[in-house]
Every structure is written in structure tokens, then in C-alpha cells.
Design a protein around this ligand. Sequence first.
Ligand code: SF4
Length: 156
Amino acid sequence: MPIRWIDRLTKIARRKSPWVYHVNAGSCNGCDIEIGPCFCPRYDAEQMGVILQGSPKHADIMLITGPMTLRTCEAARDIYEQMPKPKAVVAIGSCPATGNLFAGSPTVPGSVELYIPIDVHVPGCPPRPQAIMEGIRQASQLLADGKAGKQQGVSS
Ligand code: SF4
């Protein structure tokens, strides 16, 4: 069956114009500070069609920073549920993957992946803005290919 033009247009839009929502799950703010410049003139993610959204209900991609703390896990899961499908999650920094230097703390139950499926890991403490933008690009590609939300284990 031929691909309908609307399906092709949707695929292009998912790859070329992802809207992202940022969640801080208990970060030290190092990773959050690196996300900011992605949307400033120097790196200019908007030039690639990436728009930072104020509501998870309008977002295709969640950027999550920090280790998951006991206080944030339910809220982060709730935000994830509010995002429309298809959706992807990009874990920024080493904290969401392992807890990093917060691992072992009684307030950090473990990897973010225990609560939310992660599609792309961007390693670093903190990662550079270029690496974050590459993570967003990979997540957009997964969305366009219909592979997001399936825990592909992609890393940047
Ligand atoms: S990965 Fe490093 S910079 Fe990012 S939140 Fe964790 S400790 Fe902070």
C-alpha cells in the first residue's frame, strides 16, 4: 500500500520539528545549564526546528536531567503520561542512567529507567550542548521511524 502524503508529512515534521519539554528530576543544575545554550543564538536549536515547550501536552520529546529522587519520581512519571504518543525521552548526563555521584543515596531509588523508558542517553557530567542536540536529533529520528518508546538503547 503506497504511503499516504499525510504520513510522509507527519514523518518529516517529527524528524525536522520536534517540540521538547525539560524535566529536572533532581539535577545539580549542571546539565540544566547546558540545555539553556542549546536554545540560545550560539547553538540555536530552533534553527533545526527544535522548540522548547512549556507544557508536556504539546511535547514530542522529554529531556530529563538528574538522578530520579523519591520526591520527583511520581511527578516525572505523571508528566511523561501527559505527553501525547508517539513520544521519546532523552536522558541528559550520567545521573539519569546510573545516579552518578548520587547513587547509593537513600533519596535516590535508582535509574530513571525504572520509572520512564529512555530512548537516548547523552553521557557526560554535564554533556556539552552539541551532544544534547545530537541526542535530540537521534530521538527525532526514532520518532520519525516509529521506534521511539521501545528502549532501543541508542547512545550518542
Ligand atoms: S550528570 Fe553531572 S552535571 Fe548532570 S545533574 Fe548529574 S552531577 Fe549534575
